[in-house]
Ligand binder design. Structure first.
Ligand code: PEP
Length: 255
């Protein structure tokens, strides 16, 4: 781990409406005590954000983020949510470029760069997700795909703004499939990302940008992933839906 404070993100995707979100938080707070040596951020569906915050009450160590935003501030964009609306509802973070946005909803690199720009403009921290599909890995394109996605995602940010972001490397073939990249494989791609960040902001500042791994993370593999030198935390989908499993994950990596 190169980053001082491990980051644990829970992406609920289209799961846990407001009542389920409240039940989750009530169970989770009993299993996870506040720790000042780690960051825990939940990405509930936007409709559950207010209930999540209300249920968390004084537990402001449990932070929240949006799963996606539209880049406009407001207007006639039915079904969309802006970063500013998320901030108003208690979000401090927002995902951009999650693989389901890229591959189910056809978000392009250009869309994602606009979203990252809008997230930063509203004072939220973007978690920019990058990662190759299986066929791209098999064609030996991991580095070129991740480089293209990263450079596009950061293209609207100043050097200072790049210093404030979080990156998540999520190989598409490992998301929701039960197939996890080995810590060594993930670490190698994280090194590529680290070098690219270093080119943009200098080596020292690049080292301080958290690079998370995502793809079938669970309680059974969290310790080995966190032990990899370039993995600064995790973005968890399926295993973040269960309070006991996610509490085990967030309690891992104690030093
Ligand atoms: C994700 O959605 O970001 C993810 C990594 O999902 P899962 O943990 O289910 O593979």
């Amino acid at each position: 781990m190169s980053f001082a404070k491990p980051f644990f993100g829970g992406n609920w995707k289209m799961n846990h409406g407001p009542s389920a979100a409240r039940r989750f938080v009530e169970e989770f707070v009993a299993l996870y005590e506040p720790h000042d040596d780690r960051t825990v951020v939940f990405f509930p569906p936007a409709i559950s954000l207010a209930e999540f915050r209300a249920a968390a009450g004084a537990r402001d160590d449990l932070q929240a983020g949006l799963q996606d935003v539209f880049w406009e501030v407001s207007g006639a964009y039915t079904g969309s949510i802006s970063a500013g609306m998320g901030r108003d509802a208690g979000a401090g973070f927002a995902l951009a470029g999650h693989s389901e946005r890229r591959h189910v909803f056809a978000d392009s690199d250009e869309d994602i760069s606009r979203k990252v720009g809008a997230i930063v403009a509203e004072g939220l921290t973007p978690v920019l997700c990058v990662g190759e599909k299986l066929e791209e890995r098999e064609r030996g394109e991991v580095e070129s795909v991740v480089t293209r996605q990263l450079e596009a995602g950061l293209s609207r940010l100043s050097r200072e703004q790049v210093e404030g972001i979080v990156i998540a490397y999520e190989p598409v073939w490992a998301i929701g499939t039960g197939r996890t990249a080995s810590p060594e494989d993930a670490d190698r791609v994280h090194e590529v990302i680290r070098a690219l960040l270093g080119e943009q902001v200098g080596e020292t500042s690049g080292r301080a940008i958290p690079i998370l791994y995502g793809g079938s993370v669970k309680a059974g593999n969290i310790e080995e992933l966190l032990a990899a030198p370039e993995i600064d935390g995790v973005l968890v989908g399926g295993a973040s839906l269960d309070p006991s499993e996610f509490a085990l994950i967030c309690n891992a990596g104690g030093r």
